[in-house]
Unconditional design. Sequence first.
Length: 344
Amino acid sequence: MFEWQVEAVLEDHGHGRVERVRDARTGLTYVRTVGSRDDRWNPEFLGVLREVPGFPTLLYVETDGTDLAAVARPVTGLNLLEICGRIRMVEGLGSGVLLPVPVTVVVVRAIVRSLMVLHRHRYVYRALHPRWVVVDPTSERVWLTRPGCVAPLGDAAGDVPNADPAPDVAGCLHELTPPEWKVGSYTPAWDAFAVGGLMAFCVTGQYPQRMDPAGRPVFVRREVTALVDAAVERLRTAQAPELGPILEGTLREDPQERASLPVVHEQIVGFLVRHRISETCVWLALGRLAPVSGVPPATYARAWQYVRHGWPIPPTPTPETSAPAPSEADLRPSWRQRLRALFP
């Protein structure tokens, strides 16, 4: 048996308590999520969590009466709020995009790929939020740190209140639009709206929804339209107008009209291929915000210059850039080695 020592309570809210704990016998540190026990935590569900590439490594689940605790290995890196805060301190926030376009595209693509795997197993995430998206430049991974908020597709009317009291539902309330809030049915469209909201935050620093004084989500069509228009204009100024339709498609109020994540993934991959964006340089640039020993500072500086100003290579009608992008396109090892050679 493990002998846990709670080092810190990372979060404590209606959806559970997240703790950083240390095993007194081995001295190793873990993250433990404590919540109410339910029927979801079965071997099949745990197997799904282990297959999603963006979830932390789940070690096991322990129960104590009516409580349940999921223990996972801690992840390293910076969440998106920390990244944006460091960029503000270094460069300030002007009229341009909050995050460099290559950073936004690479991070969102990794998130979409993880969510697509989850949806294939007929589950939705419900917890996409900048605070819970951790980017690790060292391992070149994007972590979704709230697997406990995963829920199966289908009717969830009993979990999503439609009354006046402040809601108590797993997930991030600014991702819920009125149709889902009233019907209470978990569908991939929830996560699609959340992806659009995350992109809007990366571009403008604002969410597509706000909360009223009672803690309920407020979807004001006029405000969301203004936010999307502002984001599209910033993307146009940043020489990335092709990303505007992705925002507009994912942030539609009607779930039936919302763009699906496979379509979003195809559009993002096409953008990466057409503009020949180097993902290796993006990860090196992010390393500037959380440097590691052994990498010369000049390497980080050149990579950051690339993601800020040097990436917009105009699309050219070559066979490589005009061919349809494969759904799982990625740089081949030989290409990655050659790109790393540019930044010794």
